[in-house]
Design a protein around this ligand. Structure first.
Ligand SMILES: [Zn+2]
Length: 279
């Protein structure tokens, strides 16, 4: 494990002006805390802002942390926050979390089946402009297709599994997976048990089945793993970063080539990041 993305996660709360500024302040506070944590361990780890930074740090024998935002609630209704967070180093932002916000309708608690709002459209265009990846994990189906149409750059689903194998609103249908791949995007299997199987505790085998399915539907250039270890992620046999090697072992048993494993373990995700960051 060379790198990880740590996110400023915000639970979806009220959308009053007061709550929105509190959300923005909280996102900044969490990013500050991540920066402080990295600074305290500066001999072994540093923040990477680009894929090139990441390779440089690896060569220097250091681990890398990249910054993300989980829930566009963080920007409130102020579009200038997108560029400001990008300048802070944020490489991606999920448009929403569980619950609708001012940007779009969510996969959860969205009976109205809302999609991307007019403000959300501006946000996506601004993210394209400043080089921040659009992450549609947590977004509802209508938001997904809206975002795909609005974005000029490929988009990612950082942690969503396959709906065909586990019928959960957070997972993506085969049509969604195909549409994402057609635009050059990437979907990453989430190691959260509830997205992998309906009953019982998921194991690595379940995660591999989702991955195999996504490879069949999308092609090897469009898949990855989004562990969600800083959320509810962690399954039997792969419960933390220290056990990721078990997943790689399994990939080898499944006869994935070294090059395919490189693509799955971040190669595809970094390709999209590079494309999005390119001026
Ligand atoms: Zn999440």
């Amino acid at each position: 494990l060379d790198a990880t993305i740590m996110v400023a996660y915000l639970k979806q709360l009220e959308r009053t002006d007061e709550a929105l500024s509190a959300a923005t302040a909280k996102a900044d506070r969490i990013l500050n805390e991540i920066e402080e944590m990295v600074a305290k361990n500066c001999t072994t780890v540093d923040i990477a802002y680009t894929p090139a930074d990441l390779s440089r740090l690896k060569k220097a024998g250091k681990k890398a942390v990249m910054l993300g935002i989980e829930n566009g609630y963080a920007i409130g209704k102020d579009i200038t926050n997108v560029e400001r967070f990008r300048h802070r180093g944020v490489v991606y932002m999920t448009l929403c979390h569980n619950g609708n916000n001012d940007i779009c309708g969510s996969a959860r608690y969205n009976e109205e089946e809302l999609g991307v709002s007019t403000f959300g459209e501006q946000v996506i265009k601004e993210m394209n402009r400043v080089g921040m990846m659009v992450d549609i994990s947590h977004a509802g189906e209508k938001s997904f297709y809206d975002a795909l149409e609005i974005s000029r750059k490929p988009i990612v689903a950082s942690h969503s599994s396959a709906r065909a194998l586990c019928d959960h609103p957070r997972n993506l249908t085969d049509d969604q997976l195909k549409a994402l791949a057609a635009k050059g995007g990437v979907a990453q299997v989430c190691m959260y048990s509830g997205f992998l199987r309906k009953n019982g505790e998921a194991t690595i085998k379940d995660a591999i089945e989702h991955l195999n399915h996504m490879v069949n539907v999308m092609g090897i250039e469009h898949v990855g793993i989004g562990t969600d270890f800083d959320g509810d992620g962690g399954i039997t046999g792969c419960a933390s970063a220290s056990e990721l090697i078990n997943f790689t072992r399994r990939l080898l048993l499944e006869r994935y080539s070294g090059e395919s494993i490189r693509l799955i373990w971040g190669g595809n995700f970094l390709r999209v990041m590079e494309e999005v960051q390119r001026k």
